[in-house]
Write a protein that binds this ligand. Sequence first.
Ligand SMILES: Cc1cc2nc3c(=O)[nH]c(=O)nc-3n(C[C@H](O)[C@H](O)[C@H](O)COP(=O)(O)OP(=O)(O)OC[C@H]3O[C@@H](n4cnc5c(N)ncnc54)[C@H](O)[C@@H]3O)c2cc1C
Length: 461
Amino acid sequence: MAAYDVVVAGGGNAALCAAIAARSRGASVLVLECAPKAWRGGNSKYTRNIRVAHLDGDAVMPGAYSPQEFLSDLVRVTGKDLDQDLASYVVERSLDLPAWMSDQGIRWQPPLRGTLQLARTNRFFLGGGKALMNAYYRRAESLGIAVRYEAPVVELAFEGERCTGVVVAANGSSERVRAGAVVVATGGFEANIEWLREYWGDRVENYAVRGTAYNDGALLRVLLDLGAEARGNPRGHHAIAVDARSPKFEGGIVTRVDSVPFSIVVNIHGDRFADEGEDLWPMRYATWGGLIGAQPEQMAYSIFDSKVAGNFIGGAYPPLIANTVGELAQKAGLPVLRVEETVGEFNRSIVPGEYDPTRLDGCRTIDLSPPKSNWALPIDTPPYYCYPLIPGITFTYLAVAVDRAARVLRESGRPLENVYAAGEIMAGNILLRGYLAGIGMTIGTVFGVVAGEHAAGVRRG
Ligand SMILES: Cc1cc2nc3c(=O)[nH]c(=O)nc-3n(C[C@H](O)[C@H](O)[C@H](O)COP(=O)(O)OP(=O)(O)OC[C@H]3O[C@@H](n4cnc5c(N)ncnc54)[C@H](O)[C@@H]3O)c2cc1C
């Protein structure tokens, strides 16, 4: 039977950070990734940036972003009932991440135009998440970390209280691998439609899964069944507006539609249903999947005119275009008269102001329900545009409880001695609702490194 000091289940950001950190402390390490090599890297391969605190600016991040400001941004989106201790820990440790990541071969780039207020707070990976993951795999290889693909971990093995390794399913049979410690970094259950249905019903049939098709939550279920304490919000999830023409799985970043704050969004009946300008887009984009998911047929339409068409980066699919609002509604299959009425009511309710897409500009509506609180400009200048939208789920917020060492906690509060969790599978300790752009990678990197370092300290039994 194969045996390693540390076995890491998963093949995304948190897994590779854990593996590298453990190996750097001298442990022998095996990474078990259930995807084939061509699809390795989980949701992490679709990312673009990581949120980090920093006390000074540098060539890729202008200005400072203090840990206090980071924490207050986090509390603003997720509410005060997050685990304050773990949240503060992540924020503080984020100060060290750029240096650690650079040491592993990660390279950086300044943000592109249109990334909406992230330049000071988020650090962008040169070449995106795919390049990031390739760099981590290269580093793992150079350190002598063993990696197996198409190797789903299906169980954790125990002798008494102690985890002795994992069971891997491969080629129709199962195999045991012995381990001194196990790091579980297998993401959430966002690709498991049946599990999603338990919380959101049949509407999830119409959702796109933006990321990997391999995050089925199997090991999250195993840990909960083993008595790990559930944290986070079982119904909480990060879900955004994606183009309705997106593939069911693995659409990645390019299916995202960022026109919402500069548009009005109507449902299939031609009615608005939410404040499109409630807050800066990085603070709100992750709630729009849920908002659209609550609409009939889980469909919505973002309608705007030529005045704002250059204010955001377009997605992979072209918008519908027409010379009148009525023609646009017809092309989208919407009730023409109702859409014309909705646009007319919206235009008449706007208070004149100084439009500025880069800040909360207070250009708003009055006596309109729901209101639009910022970036409200009349939709009156052809051509007119429309993106059809559906919910795109990114990841789920049901998590296992962990401590600062990333050890999985049981319901009794006692840790499972040598089982660690990192990444999405524990992000719900910190993310209960809402989302702060770039913090998924912060949580995964901090806890990946922490898990790897502590796991390396456990001697093989
Ligand atoms: C399109 C998109 C864009 C995003 N952009 C950003 C961004 O710019 N910044 C940011 O911070 N966050 C972003 N996120 C969120 C971010 O991807 C996640 O927070 C982060 O990648 C989670 O890392 P992870 O390692 O926990 O999970 P993942 O990267 O999803 O890795 C999980 C891994 O586990 C493997 N696995 C699953 N089950 C098993 C099993 N039983 N056995 C073995 N392996 C298994 C999977 O194959 C996968 O490799 C984005 C997500 C998506 C989908």
